[in-house]
Design a protein around this ligand. Sequence first.
Ligand SMILES: [Zn+2]
Length: 343
Amino acid sequence: MSRTLTSLSIVAFLIAGTTAALAQQKPPARGIVNVTGQLYRAQNDNHYTVFLVTPEGIIMSDPINRDFARYLKNEFATRFKQPVRYVLYTHKDWDHASGGVVFADTATFVGHANMRSGVALPGGTPALPADAVKMDGNRNGLIERNEATGATAERFDLFDFNRDGILTANELIRGPVNDVHLPTVTFRDRHTVTLGGKRVIMVPLGTAHTNDSTALYFPDERTVFSADVMQIKRLPQSLAPSVGAYVNALRTIVSLDFDHAATGHALMGTKKDVAQSLQYLEDLSKGVAAGIGAGRSLPEIQKTLTLDAYKGFERWDTHRTVHIAQVYELLMGASRAGATPTN
Ligand SMILES: [Zn+2]
């Protein structure tokens, strides 16, 4: 009796221990929802991708990372009984474009021509980025594994292009993109992919966010997918390289004929929502220009240009004043130079 009780308590103890361990390393939130027809949106925590099921296989967008790609591959095999025939990239950034190798046995990879050069190791002898200089304890201009901290330590192997355990400035500038499977089919103008009677049009978005940013347009599903450039009721992270690049990109998207706006982060929406994001950028630009015209300083403009119409947007309270500063610098730089800046 007492022996059984002891065994039971050990079992209970083991279960409690396992539960605690599981709670500690929380698994990513994952799921698949239908957008319309055979088009689906899949989630990995804060990142999203889309895929279209056709009778001849699956066309998907960003793989996000290797572990999520394995999860998707299993879902595709069990739920849809189809292999991936195409992986279509939205842009080169590691947090969207990693993990494609999982589909390399069946898929063709397609991306903007600038994605290939963007993932390549940059040449020359650049200086260490400012945040890396702080890590460089022995001041040899390199970040050894034991010097790396924070995100650099966490993603060290994704940065380390030649896998020698040391990060050069070139490797740091390239980014943590070692697990990005390169596109073999590239384009510079609109590019159409067809499979199983379905079409996807890859629409370049200029230089907004990255110089390979691409929207995926599913004309029959009346859906657009874009990561990081298109946001719904959410301000962009940054307006790099310029607010004008974002305006152009969103104008390109709004010129398409669609109903569903599927994003790489957060909410989905409609074409009307995308038009509202474009309106934010236009109101921001006009507001800053008017403030400069009225002789106001940057802090004064940041205080008075509240852009209240976007108060319900995510990041309104944190990113609006940063965007005002970015546009202010751009306009003041242009007036100082007496010309329109090229970036
Ligand atoms: Zn990005």
